[in-house]
Every structure is written in structure tokens, then in C-alpha cells.
Ligand binder design. Structure first.
Ligand code: NAD
Length: 497
């Protein structure tokens, strides 16, 4: 049995865990590994290692940090397939999709390679007479990253490269469902020359997270996961005086206006609805068809869904893999009964979809509900599986109202050929990321990623310029070097002149 240990102070932890968890291969249903679950003592070891490493890493020159990042970038790029295979084996997403995840992670590493430029401060000569003012940004110390199961490589790398680039030291707590990618990353950071203790991994569940949230030496927490946990992490972390960014769940709408190219819209809805079996925080889970396009659009979606090849992500040609665990698969399948009971039309029943894989895998084919109404559970809940709901709306205004009334605000897309309508939508819609004829508008690495409302607690988005902001704190220096004109005692509040 493979064991997935913590990674503390530059090496795998050699202790014996009091609790462990099982890791599954979702395409076969088999247990593939046992992962250590950290208790407070192991978390404390990792935080202590990170705290010890901090002073020297804070003082490492920008050139040194950049050279480690470049080396890590080279390793990640050369081994992207290896990492993708590990992701597929534990998450279940198909290999091409896992490679896409690694590619997006690589982009963030590349952005972080520009750290000498990113950390340049400002300088104002003679801000007051013979007084110069300049700003610098400094690292925080030990930062914790808590990540979800659905992007076991990418989400840790939304944060760790920038934290490391900024001079912080990191304790990552990845999802216990697919933990192995984190250990590969840890080994590659070490190989790239990152000093011991700068990047640590503790595995486990909420017990480990609670300790990180309370630990006095953890200065900041970057969390990604479901909304109830994100809210809890935000409230608990901030109560303990930490800086917290907590990204939560989503219910992403794709509005299709009557003038849209319906072929493009149907392609997009199926790709964004069922890629990674719908286990993406930016998946499209609701298509809002503005009258009169509903029937035609649903027919086009239905034709495409029938062609989607569901199966073991390692097999060539498979486009959609299994769900991550049996429990999650069964929970998602429960929505198929609920949707029917609540009066939605089951346009495509995923339970009948053919599967190219072991029958013990956690399979559920792509499902489409039509005539969904906002009060139904298939609409209100984040299902996080291959279930696409189609809601009919009589007008643009009604479609927009639907999106804006939703408690989540991660992403939204509009499909139209009318530039004016698209511009109005991007102005009026209450979400953090908007796609215009783009169904999954995940920002490139030199912008920042984040939703609004129940999709993000805190005020700083992930990676890009806001990532740099999050992992540093500002300092402004006002300096005057003595010259013969210094003016003596003055008890008034300093004025600039
Ligand atoms: P999750 O909330 O169950 O778990 C996320 C992390 O928190 C894991 O590391 C887990 O071990 C830990 N955790 C779980 N319960 C906890 C608790 N009670 N207290 C403290 N820690 C706890 O999420 P998941 O199922 O792993 O991931 C799917 C969710 O993540 C979906 O809701 C999805 O929308 C969301 N997500 C959001 C984004 C985004 O950018 N907004 C990105 C990816 C995933």
C-alpha cells in the first residue's frame, strides 16, 4: 500500500500518524494509497519548520528567489505529464484535462518568476522639501494554503509560487481525497533549490485546518473550497488576527441571447458543463436560454451530450472521467431524482450513458435538466457534478436578474453577437469573472482570480497582482538626510511643503 506522508522541513515525515485516510482510484474504485492525517502536533512541526526558515528566506535576494522559481518552472514544465498522471489517478479527470490544469499552474509560476519586477516599490523624491518618500512591500511570515480536491495541482500553485517569491514560507494542507500531487510539488521545490522548511505539506482533514487557523505563527491563510467551509475559515482565521482570502463555491450561469451562434453556444455549454465531470468551480451549471432559443439550444446540447465519451481518464479518447468518490457520485445522482420530483424535465439521463471503464468506478454520465425553475434544488444547490440545468428566461433583463439574485458570484458568461448587449452585461452582472462568448473565463496569470458574494470571503483575489498584494504588507518610509537647513522643534502635525 502506498503511503502519502506529510512533507516537513525539506523531507517526507517519518513519524507514525494516529489517523490515516484512504485514497481511491475513482476509475476503478480501488484504494490506491493511505494518506497521513495530521493532528495539532504535526501541524505545529510544519509551522515551526516554516517559521525557522522564514528569516533567511525573507533575506534571500530577489535574484536568488527568482532563480529558484525559474528552476522550479523548468522541472514542472519537463514533468507536466507525470504530474497530470498523478492527478488523473486520484481525481479521475481525463489526462488531457489534467494536463490543462498543470498548464494553468505553470502560468502562475511563470508570473512569479517576475518577482524582481513585481516587488518594485515607489519612490517620490522631494515629496516635501528635501524629504523623500518611498514604499516597499515585505513578506508576512508563515502562510497557510488549504486547497480543494478538484484542482490538486493548480490550486496549490495559485498561491505557493507567489508566496515563495514574496519571501514567505508555506504550509500547504491539500485535499485528503487526492493528496499525492502536493508531495510531488514539494519534492520538485526542493530539487529546484528551495531551502528546507520554505514549503511544507501537512495532510489531513478539518483537524489540521483548525490548528492552522488558530496557530499564532500563521500570518495568513489562502483557502479554496466550498462556501460553508470558506465562510468558517474566513471567520475563524480573521478572529485569530490573520489575513484571509477564502474562495468558495459557485453556480455559474451562461446566458444565451437570441442572436447568439447556437452551435458555438451548445459546444460551450457541453464543454464547460461536463469537462472534469462538472467538478470545476468555474463549470457552467446553469444555461439561461433567452426566448425563443430554448428548444433549439437544448436539442443541440442533447445531440452533443450523446457523443461525450465517458470513461477511464487514462484511456485514449475518453473525454469525461468519473466523480471523485463514491459518496460524491451518489450525492450527485440524488439530484437526478430530486430534479424529476420537483418538476424539471430530464432531457438527458446520465445514468444511462455508456462508460468505457471498470464497472466499480464512480461513474455518472452527463445529465441535462430542462425547464428548471429557481426554487428547485437542482438550481439552488451547487451540485458539483455533471448536471446541467437549463432555465428559460423571457428577456435579457430576466436572465440578468436570475444571475444577480443568485447568492454565488464566481463567473458568468454571455453568448451573443451583439457587442452592446455584451457590454451591458459585463457592466451589470454581479460576479467576479465574466466571459463574453467564453464559457470558462478563468483569468490569465497576470490578472487575478476571484468571485463575489458567497464565492469569496475577504477582499483579495488569488494570484496576479492581488496575489502579490496578499502575500506582502506595505511599508512607507519618509526620510530626510540632515542638511544645514533643519528647522528645530515643531510640535505641529507634519505638513508637506
Ligand atoms: P471542501 O470545502 O470540502 O474542502 C476544501 C478543503 O477544506 C479541503 O482541504 C478539506 O480537507 C478542508 N475542509 C473540509 N471541511 C472542513 C471543515 N469543516 N473545516 C476546515 N476545513 C475543512 O471542498 P472540496 O469538496 O474539496 O472542493 C469542492 C469545492 O471547492 C466546491 O464547492 C467548489 O466550488 C470549490 N472550489 C472553489 C474554487 C474557487 O476558486 N472559488 C476553486 C475550486 C474549488
Amino acid at each position: 500500500m502506498n503511503r502519502v506522508p506529510h512533507w516537513i522541513d525539506g523531507k517526507p515525515w517519518e513519524g507514525v500518524a494516529e489517523r490515516v485516510g484512504e485514497v481511491f482510484d475513482p476509475a476503478t474504485g480501488a484504494v490506491s494509497a493511505q494518506v497521513d492525517f495530521a493532528g495539532p502536533a504535526e501541524v505545529d512541526l510544519a509551522v515551526a519548520a516554516a517559521a525557522r526558515a522564514f528569516p533567511a528566506w525573507r533575506d534571500a535576494s530577489l535574484a536568488r528567489r527568482a532563480s529558484v522559481l525559474f528552476a522550479f518552472r523548468e522541472l514542472l514544465n519537463a514533468r507536466r505529464r507525470e504530474l497530470a498522471e498523478v492527478v488523473t489517478a486520484e481525481h479521475g479527470k481525463v489526462l488531457a484535462d489534467a494536463e490543462g490544469e498543470v498548464h494553468r499552474a505553470l502560468e502562475v509560476v511563470e508570473f512569479a518568476c517576475g518577482v524582481p519586477h513585481l516587488l518594485r516599490g515607489g519612490f517620490s523624491e522631494n515629496a516635501s522639501t528635501r524629504v523623500d518618500v518611498y514604499s516597499i512591500r515585505q513578506p508576512l511570515g508563515v502562510v497557510a494554503v488549504v486547497s480543494p480536491f478538484n484542482f490538486p495541482a493548480m490550486v496549490p500553485l495559485w498561491f505557493a509560487p507567489l508566496a515563495v517569491a514574496c519571501g514567505d514560507t508555506v504550509v500547504l494542507k491539500p485535499s485528503e481525497k487526492d493528496p499525492s500531487a502536493a508531495n510531488l510539488l514539494a519534492a520538485w521545490w526542493a530539487e529546484a533549490g528551495l531551502p528546507e522548511g520554505v514549503f511544507n505539506v501537512v495532510h489531513g482533514d478539518r483537524v489540521a485546518v483548525e490548528r492552522l487557523l488558530e496557530h499564532p505563527d500563521v500570518r495568513a491563510v489562502s483557502f479554496v473550497g466550498s462556501t460553508p467551509v470558506a465562510r468558517h475559515v474566513y471567520e475563524t482565521g480573521t478572529r485569530h488576527g490573520k489575513r484571509v482570502q477564502a474562495l468558495g463555491g459557485a453556480k455559474n450561469h451562461m446566458v444565451v441571447l437570441p442572436d447568439a451562434d447556437l452551435e458555438l453556444a451548445a459546444d460551450a455549454a457541453v464543454s464547460a458543463g461536463f469537462g472534469s465531470a462538472g467538478e470545476r468551480c468555474m463549470a457552467v451549471s446553469v444555461v439561461v436560454a433567452v426566448d425563443p432559443v430554448g428548444d433549439e439550444l437544448v436539442e443541440r446540447i442533447r445531440r452533443r451530450v450523446a457523443e461525450v465519451r465517458v470513461g477511464d481518464g487514462r484511456r485514449p479518447g475518453c473525454e469525461m472521467g468519473p466523480l471523485v468518490t463514491r459518496a460524491h457520485r451518489d450525492r450527485v445522482a440524488g439530484y437526478l431524482d430530486a430534479g424529476v420530483a420537483e418538476g424539471a424535465t430530464l432531457a438527458v439521463d446520465g445514468r444511462a450513458h455508456p462508460v468505457d471503464g471498470d464497472e466499480r468506478g464512480f461513474w455518472l454520465g452527463p445529465t441535462v435538466f430542462d425547464h428548471v425553475r429557481p426554487e428547485m434544488s437542482v438550481y439552488t444547490d451547487e451540485i458539483f457534478g455533471p448536471v446541467l440545468s437549463v432555465v428559460r428566461a423571457p428577456s435579457y433583463e430576466e436572465a440578468l436578474r436570475l444571475v444577480n439574485d443568485n447568492p454565488y458570484g464566481n463567473g458568468a458568461a454571455i453568448f451573443t453577437n451583439d457587442g452592446g448587449a455584451a457590454r451591458r452585461f459585463q457592466n451589470e452582472v454581479e460576479v467576479g469573472m465574466v466571459g463574453v462568448n467564453v464559457p470558462i473565463p478563468v483569468p490569465v496569470a497576470h490578472y487575478s482570480f476571484g468571485g463575489w458574494k458567497a464565492s469569496l470571503f475577504g477582499d483579495t483575489h488569488a494570484y496576479g497582482p492581488e496575489g502579490v498584494q496578499f502575500f506582502t504588507r506595505g511599508k512607507v518610509v519618509t526620510s530626510r538626510w540632515l542638511d544645514p537647513s533643519h528647522g528645530g522643534v515643531n510640535l505641529g502635525f507634519p505638513r508637506n511643503h
